[in-house]
Design a protein around this ligand. Sequence first.
Ligand code: XIL
Length: 341
Amino acid sequence: QHITLKQVFQDDFLVGTALSLGQINETDAPTDSLIKRQFNAITAENIMKAEIVHPEWDRFDFEAADKFVAYGRKNNMHIVGHTLIWHSQLPPFVSRISSADSLRQFMQHHIGTVAGRYADEVDGWDVVNEALNEDGSLRQSIFYNLLGEQYLVDAFKLAEEAAPSAELYYNDYNNEQPAKREGCIALIKKLQEAGARIDGVGIQGHWHAGRVPFDEIEKSIEAYAALGLKVMITELDLEVLPRDFQGADVNQRMAAGDRSLNPYADGLPDSVGHQLAADYENLFKLFLKHKDKISRVTFWGVNDGQSWLNYWPIAGRTNYPLLFDRNNQPKEAFRRVVAIK
Ligand code: XIL
C-alpha cells in the first residue's frame, strides 16, 4: 500500500494507534513496519496503567513503559500516556486504601512519579479516565468515594506540576451521548473554574458498525471545542459482534460453542465489511469537516488479530474492528478512508 494514513491526514490531525509490549519489542516485523508507515502517534494500551507501573505502594516498574517511550522517540511519534487516574486496572494495594489521606498520598506519589519520569517525553496524558456514569453524574469510584469531586481538580493540578509541558486530557467512552456529554462539559468547566489546566478531551470511540451515532459525535466535537479544548478520538474501533447478551453465562455458552456469540469465526460476510467501510468513511469525512477542532484520531490497536475486542467482553471471539486484517493487509475500510481526500 503506497498511500498511508499519516500521509493522507498530515495537514489535518495526527493518526495514532494503541500499542502493547509485543509490538514495541519489534519481534513481529510485518506489524512493526505497518505501524511505522501508517501512524504518527502512539498510546500505551496497558503498559502505563497503575497496575503495571505501580504494583506496590513503594515500588514502581517502568520496564515496559520505558520501552514504549523510547519506541515513540526513536520513530518521531507523538506519545500519549494512558492513564494516570482510573478506577480500573488498579493494583490491589490501591483498592485496599480506606482513608482519604492515604488516597491523596497515593495520587501525589503516583502522578508525581509517573508523569514526572516522562515529563520531557510524553506529549499528552489522559490524566483522568472514565470518571462519569451514563447519566452524566460522577462514577462512585474509590477516588470519588473517598475524596469527592475534588479528586478531579487535584489530579489535573498534580499532573501539571509533574509534567508542565505535557498536554492534559480528560478521556471517556459514550461521552458523545447527550446526558454523558452534559456531565463531561460540567466536569471540564469545574476544572477550568478551579484553575486547573485541561487541554483536551478524548472521545474514546468504541462504536458498533451500523450504529455509529454520527449526529451526537458532531454535536460533541462542537460542544467540546467551544470550551476551548482540543478534541481527540482516542480509542477508535467499530465492533461487529453482538453485545446484547441475555440469559446464561456467556463464557459458558462460548465454551460450549454457541455460534450466535461468535458468528464470524470463519470470516466476515461482505455485507458487514461494506457496512464497516461505509461507517469508517463517513467518520473520517466528519473528522475532516472538523479538522480545525480535532487534533488526533487514534485507533485502539493495529490489526484485527490483536484487538482487545477479540477477548472483551467475551474471550475467544473473532472480531473485525480495525482497518487492517489479521495478515496486516488493508481492508476495504482502509481503502475508503484514504480515498476521501
Ligand atoms: C483495554 C485494553 O485494550 C485491554 O487490553 C485490557 O485488557 C483492558 O483495557 N477504555 C480504556 C482502555 O480507556 O484503557 C481500555 O483498554 C479499553 C476501554
